[in-house]
Write a protein that binds this ligand. Structure first.
Ligand SMILES: Cc1cc2nc3c(=O)[nH]c(=O)nc-3n(C[C@H](O)[C@H](O)[C@H](O)COP(=O)(O)OP(=O)(O)OC[C@H]3O[C@@H](n4cnc5c(N)ncnc54)[C@H](O)[C@@H]3O)c2cc1C
Length: 362
């Protein structure tokens, strides 16, 4: 490792760990990522490979930080596509969220962030919907996007260690890290595992069951009813994801067949262009656990003493929640469960690195 260059270890290689590592490298740090799972791996607890995924803000009107993170990530992705960067796994296309309840009349804060936003004419609304909008959003192929981040990290000289640690402190004892006096700290991006390793009782899983089907939906569509939602999200290069479920504190790893049937029935009205003889052509079905946290994501710096040296630990996890899936009413939805994920990864990584710079007086 280069002399005098401050080194930071990132624990976790989900979208949050990868983006944080990239932002650290771009800020002049040397970075090593330590992780058990990497892009392409399949594990129910590795949320980044289980996502839809999609940009759809959940930030309410009072959630200024959440709005900032989502806006910055939207603009970052737009910039990548405008520059013609290839291999991102991102695609921009129309998104139509509709709701069976009406808008409360408040302005929707993100209408000025996204491209080509407009409120739908009542005549355009599907049967049963009372409110809907159209705007340009991003559909993401999660595995490809994480591969893209990993590629950028490789170009900037990332170092990697594949292992599972039993405690956060163990990171500082790993070969190659232990003897390096330039290591000033670590960033904890372990998602759901923070429940145990960071002893954080606020962390819980939000179970999500999705179906990958053949064919690419013309656009993303979401329908919100009373106590349920369903959505179709194009997965660039792979097909279309049908969802969804938001089951708080539900650790069930098995596929729920009844739920699967209900998702297909509801999504049939959202993407009729994908039906073959009235049915979807299923590629796979999956269950994932969104790493959720009551009170919102934890982005916070703490100091710890390890073998006589002060070391910084920046917590950066809890990037997902439950609550409602899109804020069409502009209501202050369960702020407690503020949601953030792929769609705010760029903005929240910038915040984590800002806090690290501040703590290290850079
Ligand atoms: C069904 C579903 C649909 C979703 N849809 C969307 C969507 O449309 N839009 C959106 O923005 N988000 C979506 N999400 C949420 C998003 O996937 C997550 O919020 C995000 O991926 C969390 O990333 P992370 O990096 O925090 O955690 P993870 O991806 O879970 O990564 C955790 C990392 O930590 C490592 N790790 C954990 N414990 C240890 C240990 N002890 N030692 C070493 N390494 C360890 C793991 O190996 C892994 O590398 C969805 C999630 C699900 C499940």
């Amino acid at each position: 490792m280069a002399a005098n260059k401050k080194e930071i270890v990132v624990l976790g290689a989900g979208v949050i760990g990868l983006q944080t590592a990239l932002t650290l490298l771009e800020n002049g740090y040397g970075v090593t990522i330590v992780a058990k799972h990497w892009p392409g791996d399949d594990d129910i607890n590795y949320a980044s490979m289980k996502a839809g995924a999609h940009w759809r803000t959940h930030a309410g009107p009072e959630d200024i930080l959440g709005q900032k993170f989502d806006t910055e990530t939207y603009q970052y992705w737009k910039g990548l596509l405008d520059e013609g960067v290839e291999g991102t796994g991102l695609e921009i296309l129309p998104d139509i969220p509709t709701s069976e309840t009406t808008n409360n009349g408040a302005a929707i804060w993100w209408s000025t962030v996204v491209g080509n936003y407009r409120v739908m004419d009542p005549a355009e609304l599907p049967t049963g919907a009372h409110f809907g909008v159209i705007y340009e959003s991003f559909c993401i192929n999660p595995s490809k996007y994480c591969d893209f981040l990993l590629g950028r990290l490789g170009d900037l000289g990332i170092k990697t260690i594949t292992t599972e640690v039993d405690s956060l402190e163990e990171v500082f004892e790993l070969p190659g890290i232990e003897d390096d006096d330039n290591v000033v700290g670590m960033v904890n991006c372990i998602g759901l595992a923070a429940k145990e390793l960071a002893h954080d009782e606020r962390v819980f899983p939000t179970r999500g069951q999705t179906i990958l089907v053949k064919g690419e939906a013309e656009m993303a569509r979401l329908r919100r009813g009373d106590g349920w939602i369903c959505y179709v999200i194009r997965r660039p290069g792979q097909g279309t994801i049908l969802g969804g479920s938001y089951q708080e504190d539900d650790w069930n790893a098995d596929l729920d067949e009844t739920l699967s049937t209900r998702i297909q029935e509801r999504c049939a009205a959202l993407a009729p262009e994908l039906l073959v003889d009235g049915k979807f052509d299923i590629i796979s079905q999956q269950v994932g656990r969104r790493p959720s946290r009551r009170g919102g994501p934890r982005i916070e710096v703490k100091w710890t003493k390890h073998n006589g040296s002060e070391r910084l630990i920046c917590h950066h996890y809890g990037h997902s929640g439950a609550g409602c899936v899109i804020n069409l009413q502009n209501e202050e939805i369960e702020k407690d469960l503020m949601i953030s994920r792929y769609q705010n990864s760029y903005g929240s990584a910038k915040e984590a690195v800002r806090l690290i710079n501040q703590s290290l007086k850079r």
